[in-house]
Design a protein around this ligand. Sequence first.
Ligand code: S3P
Length: 411
Amino acid sequence: MKLKGIKKLTGEIKVPGDKSISHRSIIFGAISQGETKIDNILLSDDTLKTIQCFKDMGIEFDIDEENNRVNIKGKGLNGLREPKKPLDCGNSGTTMRLLAGLLVGQNFSSTLIGDSSLSKRPMDRIIIPLTKMGGNIKGAHNKYPPLEIEPSEKLNGITYELPVASAQVKSAILLASIYSQGESKIIEKKVTRDHTERMLDYFREKDFIGRQVYIPGDISSAAYFIVAASIIKDSSIVLKDIGVNPTRTGIIDVLKEMGANIEVKNVRIVNNEPIGDIYVSYAPLKGISVDEGLIGRLIDEIPILAVAAAFAEGTTTIRGAEELKFKESNRIEAIAKELSKMSVDISPLPDGLIIKGGNKLTPAKVNAHKDHRIAMALSIAALAIEGESEVIDSHWVNISYPDFYDIIFTI
Ligand code: S3P
């Protein structure tokens, strides 16, 4: 995708439904009894993989792509049927890890497979606790996909302290615990997103009878435009109905500390999730040392935070983010390598990045590294640089934000 620098960003920008919450609404809708109606769902490559997995287990969906609505005919906690072929999770770690938790509790065999990127991502982090619960799950070299799951005699509750800060691991255990005997207790030393807990409570309230769910706008998608408006002079935008769950708003806190002009208004709770409107206008940014305690609350936003830091005066240091190496790409290496091509003074660290802001950036031909978040972060950098840049393999945005470039070209 070729992108030219723009003068400013103004008006209301629509971002799609939250990816994490969309996956969870599909899962809980499928295992509840009767109809679950989901509004503003994200229909992207990743969430369509989750839908297809449940179709392969006998669940029916009505999909209205134009209006981002999905109706699920849920079959109850024990209503899934054995899939006839491996369940394909594509590029989606959330699909694979959450479904693994759900599937260890079923009375049928299943196999979870993924694309070449997902096939290299660590699964021992879920295999270990799910096995401790009595689950029968094996991976290649006990670590990687494909995951082979067999029914087990019985699942037990578990008390488990998460060795890595991961909402996907926490969610896998929570989903398995629906099918296990006895209580489960999960201890997390660092905060991770709590959407599974909130949605589990929401569906449990009505004993897993189908429900109505509204998916808030994705703060991770909004983050690209929050940063764009913060770094491009004369910009002023509003992003309406965005999820502002405190486990996800680290990016707002960090950008504000850097001097950004961001206000969150009209906050209300919809199906257990806080939603608000975000107002952003241009402000000069300064480099900061990001508090390590915040990393879990902005883990997916670090590539776009690196872009903000490149346009800030002074040095930004990000530490405690080694998990970035295990995402859709090694995001530490990928963002450092590509932003360097745009003349950013950026150095990778084993657990983060150091960015010396203030250089005049230059347009460049950069690569998405088969990673939606790298593609979008680089595209925003391109919009803020005078001249024409090119993002190679930009189609990866389809993983979480299929309309990303349509929005950019209507700004
Ligand atoms: C997600 C959790 C995070 C995040 C991912 C989505 C989720 O991954 O990076 O994009 O929906 O639970 P980890 O659990 O691996 O940190």
